[in-house]
Design a protein around this ligand. Sequence first.
Ligand SMILES: Nc1ncnc2c1ncn2[C@@H]1O[C@H](COP(=O)(O)OP(=O)(O)OP(=O)(O)O)[C@@H](O)[C@H]1O
Length: 863
Amino acid sequence: VVLMDPMEDPDDVLRANRSREKTYMFDVAFDCSATQEEVYRATTKGLIEGLISGFNATVFAYGPTGCGKTYTMLGTDTEPGIYVRTLNDLFRAIEETSDDMQYSVSMSYLEIYNEMIRDLLNPSSGFLDLREDSKGEIQVAGITEVSTINAQEIMELLMKGNKQRTQEPTAANQTSSRSHAVLQVAVRQQSRCPDVLQEVRFARLFMIDLAGSERAAQTQNRGQRLKEGAHINRSLLALGNCINALSEKHGNKYVNYRDSKLTRLLKDSLGGNSRTIMIAHISPASVAFEESRNTLSYADRAKSIRTRVKRNLFNVPYHIAQYTSIIADLRGEIQRLKSKIAEQSRRADIRNVQAEVQAHASQQSRAETEQLRKKLLEAFRQQMDVRRSLVELENSDMDIQAEASKHLLAIADWEKERSRRARKWRAERRKESFSKEENEKELDSPESPPDGSETREVLLARENLVALIAEQRKVRKQKVALERSFQELRERAQHLEDQLPQRASSEEQREVLSLLCKVHELEMENAGMQSRAVLRDSALRRTEAVVQRFERHRELCDKIIQQQRRFIDDRSLLVSPQLQDLYEMYARELDDRNLDRLLALNHIALRTLKVGLVPLTSSHFYKFGNLEPCSIIDNNRVFKTSPHPLQMKNSVVMTPPPIHINGRESYERLAPSMRSRDPLAHASLRRTERLEILNGVKDITVKAARRRSKALETDALRIPPPLDPTKHKSSLSLSEAPPRGPPRQRGRRPSPELRHATSDDNLSSSTGEGPSRQGTWTRPRHRPHAPKNPTPGEQDFEARRRKRRSRSFEVTGQAVSSPNPHPHLASFCGPDLTAYWVRPITHSAPCKLHRRSPSFSSLCYCS
Ligand SMILES: Nc1ncnc2c1ncn2[C@@H]1O[C@H](COP(=O)(O)OP(=O)(O)OP(=O)(O)O)[C@@H](O)[C@H]1O
């Protein structure tokens, strides 16, 4: 910088040797075109790196008033000064190294106004004092230090502090600073990695905006401004003195820092441990030549000041304590880890022991579980066997019941027939007592009461019934025993199942065993369902077979009856009373007269069917006579999931009405609840129950028809081979009928069903014990429906029928008029019922062929 004296005359040769022009050498010189960024880069930016490394730094602006010190340091919003730029770069550098280093930044901002220190961040705190600590460092007592690393926050604080700074307009500067402003930034740095050799670096940065030296004549200050200028100049003089003292190369220098608070505060910055930048401001105006010369003179002196810069490390005593603390911490950690290892090893030992115990226990548990499983399997097998036996016994019981029902019905029929005969005989006797023609009626009405002795069939039925009852008792005893055995097996299995949760050591075992039990339950339930299905199918098959047979027989009977009636009506033939009775009987076949009997059969059939559906539910087992119901398996746990037992318990079980056997009432006892549920007593039956009743009625009619059909077949089988027509004219009607059945069947006894095929009227008429209408031939009172226009097939059939009838007349005439060597043949004319034209022959002695008694000759078609 060349400072030229504006008053110097270049042409004055006399003063040429006394020129005041002076040249100064500085590190950097800025002209008026220099920007804030250039000033900052050239002066302060280089201090940032040293600052975060622990080197103190100072930047201060020096110069006369109005030369731009505040502009350089503080700047404007658009052109920030050194304060803002330095802080921005400082925080940027901290952020760049924050991964490895840990920083703490504190800031304080003060002003020295009239030799008094004021906190700009907290102006209310009053004037502060300067104190020197034990290390010889100058501290401002009570100054506000804001710790933050947020640049924006620091900027806000700085702006807030600048507003608090004293600025007054002077003649030289409208914004003249009346105080020295000192911004102090303290940076503390340490490594993030704990180390016994860890260093803590501490550095302070002073950024000082000095008040400008001023001359009273220039500033024209008065009063307070003049006083302020005096303090400013005094402090600046002290600063200059310090600079002069520090800049002297030789000599015993003494630096009087104590002349002003500014020099005391900048003690380290001026001649101590600090990198110091002095920015000297001068004005290019010639009027400010003297101020510029002084400023440059101080700056020139200041550049010769040598400072001893050293890194601020405060780590030695601090690290020893930390090292001790670390050692203590490490010892504690070692002790904790040792105890932890010991604990883990102890737990490991315990776990090993527990594992061994568990392994042993699990092995033992597996063996016990396997044994338990075998026992369970065996128990289930035994239960299955018992159940099969029970099913078989139940089937036997059903057969016995069905057989016994047949015998009971046979006996009931016979007793009914006997009572009917007795009533008829008594009525005849009463008529005889009032009739005068006793002799004529003696031929037809017996004088003695009808024979009340039982027939062989009835005796045989009674014998069979007794045997069946005995057999049934035996079967049911076996059932009771089996049920008791089943109950014991069930309890044993239940006991084994109860042991499962205790024995099963693991969840898997419990699950497996539970599944095993479930499988067995399903198996047993399936077996029970199969048995019920078999029984149901069996009953249905029997019923279906009977129905089919009945249908065939019924169609045959209907056809025969209708054709006969048509034949009779066409020829206006006389009809015997017996035949008329038979027609009436035919009409009444399904009449109310047989309703009780039908219902009885229906009850038996339904009961048999229903009992068959629940063969294992012994609560439905009832016996003939007075036997009590068998014991009940109430807690059938194997079938507990099946809904059938419950349904069957509530099902309707019907029973036939009481049947007297040898004067003793024999019936199947019902539980009160079941008696009260007699379907006949309930009008509000369910549809299924009504269907069952209808099926049962059908079964009864089917059975009745089956017996008639069997009787017809039996009679057909008894037809002897055709005789020689030349010798036996009476066999003409039979000669056309081929012999039926093998010869060995001819003499076969009629089947028991034959008894049922005969109705009351049939019995009376065939035995001659009925009303004496045998000789009174009558016209048919009723003409069945006959086709008016028969088809050719029917006409042919009718022609053959007429032919057969004419022969029958011949046979009848000869058979009645002449002794017949084969009475049983002469009186029988085949299954087409043309024999009704023949007057039946009443046996006076048992039939030789069938060995039947006369009273039962009605059952023997040979009569
Ligand atoms: N480089 C510059 N460019 C533009 N304007 C400047 C520059 N330097 C100073 N000024 C302007 O000059 C005027 C005086 O500057 P400034 O207040 O900074 O002087 P000063 O040295 O601080 O005075 P004082 O000592 O009285 O406080 C201000 O208005 C400022 O804006």
